[in-house]
Design a protein around this ligand. Structure first.
Ligand SMILES: [Zn+2]
Length: 130
């Protein structure tokens, strides 16, 4: 799976497939919630964002996908900072609204057993509906 950049392996699709395989059902891209979370579990009041490590500047120093831009720094730095600030603001609004939020980073998709454990910890046991 690694190295394949086709649309079917986009990070969000990988997470959706894993959720489905675990038996969870979900909604996508709720426009009425701050930041239009990628995956929504309304009854559980949980949302998942799947973040690209570069665009959202994954803060983990161990991340190998973040890649600080080396050219055009004057352009990228404020742009990426705006992304980070916006993410932080959305997370705050959702959390204050009683939503449980999980951010899944692109580089974390390589370890699917760990990701599956985190998803299960967020969502609890499986019932009908989202
Ligand atoms: Zn990362």
């Amino acid at each position: 799976m690694q190295g394949n950049r086709s649309t079917n392996t986009r990070p969000e699709l990988i997470v959706r497939r894993l959720l489905f395989a675990l038996g969870y059902r979900y909604r996508l891209h709720a426009a009425d919630l701050p930041g239009r979370p990628d995956i929504i579990f309304r009854r559980r009041r949980k949302v998942i964002f799947v973040h690209g490590c570069f665009w959202h500047q994954h803060p983990d120093p161990a991340c190998t996908l973040r890649r600080h831009p080396k050219t055009n720094v004057a352009y990228w730095r404020p742009k990426l900072k705006r992304n980070r600030d916006r993410d932080r603001q959305r997370l705050k609004v959702l959390t204050e609204g009683g939503w449980g939020v999980l951010v899944v980073w692109e580089c974390e998709l390589r370890d699917q057993p760990t990701l599956a454990r985190r998803l299960t910890a967020l969502l609890g046991h499986i019932e009908c509906g989202d």
